[in-house]
Design a protein around this ligand. Structure first.
Ligand code: PPS
Length: 542
């Protein structure tokens, strides 16, 4: 009887302890220092514990790590393209040394594994970035290596039926009588062209098809998985299976692709196919896989183009003379969706396009945050209130005003005006505004927000969900002080209020706000009008 391809290293590594040992580990972990895993670290640990990274049995030590960065080899010569190390902060590192143990807990405090610490070291982030490309995000300063003993997988609440580990998938393949499986790797939704490519890879390799997209936990996964589910209705039922590969983005280019192959081999796939994005040569990838002794076959397929006159997808070189092939890339697709423009029928399936349209609505259906910043007395609240009234008059979106003073009464009542407290205040405002924006509302914030770094952080937090419009109310200090509506400038000048913005505390001017308004030159109506005009020009309001 044929069997599935063997995992890398010959055996599937399983690091989850049995019930007795798991109970002992839980007991031991009570007195151990603990590390709370990030979502990326959780995904990586889960892959390690279930054997997706076979033959690895733990986090790499310095020699393995350096070997992987320099030559894609562990110290013992085993091929491995991407480092696997646990990054931790100085504080936690201070309580560890070789021979000690660290409890690895998920965000809710559940014990996932115990790490037997072999080594701690400080990597060179520039060296790592150089070797891994853009894939390696900012990490904590200390790396720790050592074997892990798994206690239990972190609980998951979404798409449980689609999260199968290597042993489960292998069992499922056997149950279905599949002995040769081709995995289709992707990070973007599947459309008609990708369906054809994936099916042709499977057919040409006499294999069944596992649609196995890489999904990053906490990174837009709901909409993406809904797109995959919707596309599956258009694949043949008996020879195709969808399962999700939850893995963080750790490397780019060649290293990433060959890593994707290793992981798929561990899941029982003899072939891995993917769309060629032009960054890596297919021949080079195959040569590398061969030199590494990998049994999995790599199929890097150039994107297909659609030929209107033939009503079919073709390889670009097969397009008949005088005809032309059409191709829509992900960027162009998103541009069209965001602008409310048409997407041709041949490109995808109506159910997939409906999911995409929901995820990338045009500005008129997006939430947004108007973030007014400026000195005390600059006129932020007054303009904000005028804009709020106009938006409410118009209707169509829920509007919430997060005024500086009001926020300080309700949300930040215990905070003062130190840099730390001001930043915390802005972070809270940013969080609330991001939730409002995410749910399609208009959030209007009007704090001083004197620090540029924190304003940038809020921008990052909100832009993921919708519009972020920074409005610098740039009324000069002498005008604000002249108005002194609350009498606070006089008190600040007299030294009775410490750390007063503009007098005894800094205000870092925004360098590139979407709008700058000087209320010493404009009436409130004119200022509010300029904000509404901007919203209109950007398509947020009609
Ligand atoms: S911050 O820096 O963004 O957290 O400030 P914010 O929450 O907007 O609060 C500013 C209002 O608090 C009053 N106030 C002070 N402002 C600046 N510095 C000091 N030390 C201070 N103490 C009290 C002041 O009335 C601000 O209101 P606005 O509406 O800006 O005039």
């Amino acid at each position: 009887m044929n069997d599935l391809i063997a995992p890398c290293g010959g055996t599937l590594i399983k690091l989850l302890a049995g019930a007795g040992q798991a109970a002992r580990l839980k007991e031991e972990a009570r007195s151990l220092p603990a590390w709370t895993l990030s979502l990326d670290q959780q995904m990586e640990l889960e892959a390690l514990l279930t054997g997706a990274f076979s033959p690895l049995r733990g986090y790499m030590g310095a020699a393995d790590y350096e070997g992987v960065l320099a030559r894609m080899r562990l110290a013992d010569g085993t091929f491995w393209p991407v480092p696997l190390c646990l990054d931790i902060d100085e504080n936690t590192a201070g309580s560890l040394g070789p021979g000690s143990a660290l409890a690895l807990r998920d965000l809710e405090g559940v014990l996932v594994a115990v790490l037997r610490v072999a080594e701690l070291w400080r990597p060179d982030p520039a060296l790592e970035r150089g070797a891994l490309g853009n894939g390696s995000p900012d990490r904590h300063p200390v790396y720790v290596g050592g074997a892990v003993e798994g206690v239990e997988l972190p609980p998951r609440y979404s798409f449980n039926a689609l999260r199968r580990g290597p042993a489960e998938l292998r069992a499922e393949f056997r149950r279905r009588g599949w002995t040769r499986v081709a995995a289709w790797h992707s990070r973007t939704p599947l459309h008609a062209a990708q369906r054809q490519l994936a099916l042709s890879v499977a057919r040409e390799n006499n294999a069944e098809l596992l649609v196995h997209p890489q999904v990053v936990e906490g990174n837009d996964e709901y909409y993406r998985v809904r797109c995959y589910r919707a596309a599956m209705a258009h694949f043949p039922e008996h020879s195709t299976l969808l399962s999700l590969l939850f893995l963080p983005l750790r490397a780019a280019g060649m290293r990433d692709l060959v890593w994707q192959g290793i992981v798929r081999q561990n899941f029982g796939c003899a072939v891995v196919g993917m769309e060629d994005d032009g960054t890596v040569s297919g021949d080079e990838l195959r040569r590398l896989a061969e030199a590494a002794g990998l049994s999995i076959r790599f199929e890097l397929r150039p994107p297909l183009v659609y030929v209107e006159s033939r009503a079919e997808f073709m390889r670009p070189e097969a397009v008949p003379e005088g005809e032309s092939g059409q191709y829509l890339d992900e960027q162009e697709l998103r541009r069209r969706l965001a602008a409310g423009l048409a997407v041709p029928q041949w490109f995808s399936y109506p159910e997939v396009l409906a999911e995409l349209a929901e995820r990338y609505p045009p500005p008129s259906r997006q939430g947004f945050t108007l973030f007014f910043t400026g000195l005390s007395g600059a006129g932020k609240s007054t303009i904000a209130k005028a804009v709020e009234a106009k938006l409410l008059e118009q209707g169509g979106r829920p509007v919430s005003l997060l005024d500086g003073d009001v926020v300080r009464t309700h949300l930040s009542s215990e905070l003062g005006f130190s840099k730390e407290h001001r930043n915390l205040n802005i972070q809270r405002i940013g969080y609330v505004a991001s939730e409002i924006t995410k749910n399609g509302g208009a959030a209007i914030c009007a704090p001083i927000a004197p620090y540029a770094e924190m304003r940038r952080a809020v921008r990052r937090m909100i832009s993921r969900y919708g519009g972020f419009i920074e409005v610098h109310v740039a009324t000069p200090l002498d005008v604000c002080e002249g108005r002194d509506r609350k009498g606070l400038y006089a008190l600040a000048r007299a030294g009775k209020i410490k750390e007063f913005t503009g007098i005894s505390d800094p205000y870092e001017e925004p360098e590139n706000p979407e709008l700058r308004i000087d209320t010493s030159r404009l009436s409130v109506e004119e200022a509010a009008q300029s904000v509404l005009l901007y919203l209109e020009q950007q398509g947020y309001i009609a």
